[in-house]
Design a protein around this ligand. Sequence first.
Ligand SMILES: NC(=O)c1ccc[n+]([C@@H]2O[C@H](COP(=O)([O-])OP(=O)(O)OC[C@H]3O[C@@H](n4cnc5c(N)ncnc54)[C@H](OP(=O)(O)O)[C@@H]3O)[C@@H](O)[C@H]2O)c1
Length: 255
Amino acid sequence: MNAAQIFDLTGRVALVTGASSGLGARFAQVLAANGASVALVARRLERIQQLQQRIGPRAVAIEGDVTDRASMKRAFDAAEKAFGIVDLLVNNAGVAHANRAIDLTEADWRRVLDTNLDAVFFCAQEASRRMLAANKPGAIVNIASVLGFGVAKGVAAYSVAKAGVIQMTKALALELAFKGIRVNALAPGWFDTEINHDYLAGPHGATLKREVPVGRFGADGDLDGPLLLLASQAGSYITGATIVVDGGQMVALRG
Ligand SMILES: NC(=O)c1ccc[n+]([C@@H]2O[C@H](COP(=O)([O-])OP(=O)(O)OC[C@H]3O[C@@H](n4cnc5c(N)ncnc54)[C@H](OP(=O)(O)O)[C@@H]3O)[C@@H](O)[C@H]2O)c1
């Protein structure tokens, strides 16, 4: 088979959470460009409607809050109504924080864990229940982070949640493998998006960039191939894995 055939997603139905900006918007476009129908889910409806216009009839914009189980059930219902059973979930929605652990409020801790960990589990559960009921194989791609492996100051809740996503990926992969559902994760390094733009554009940005061995932050396109690998038949024997996409950041020693 040639590469286009191996990575082809024709007939697949994807749901991308957090499709209103950054990595999620790109993931949705890449999946659609490779043949999938895509449900775009986020709270900012106008943003995903604009993206829907750019992608065309193979996309549908669905307002949803990943921390609200009822809202996500409705989102899966709407995606099913538009295109059929979702067999490719990209669990991408996420939030960040910048507080030292001793100053972190319970509300901030809960907001980050609710969005970046609990919601990832319950969206994966909802998607896999529906795939199992329909006897449909599929794939789940969770968006973790290099901060799920290492830690930095000021991001304790975020790091804990992302480490949980990596472990959850393995646990779900183990339970769902024999049912034909693969569960994997991507762990990006630094990508300049709304979640961190102010930080990367600020005084720390240049230092952080120097610490990335390839000498730059991640750019549009750097996650396309890894996403397609995990989403498509090309990754048919990969499950429980977390692929690090960080320009070598994790292997480099500081200094
Ligand atoms: N950028 C990086 O350097 C980097 C590195 C490693 C991992 N990541 C991860 O990549 C993922 C995407 O982040 P990004 O960099 O693309 O940041 P972003 O541009 O800020 O995008 C975050 C997305 O999450 C959505 N979201 C947040 N809370 C939500 C909720 N309760 N319900 C539904 N959607 C929600 C936002 O949509 P609405 O506000 O419209 O709901 C937005 O579309 C996150 O999981 C992040 O942790 C990013």
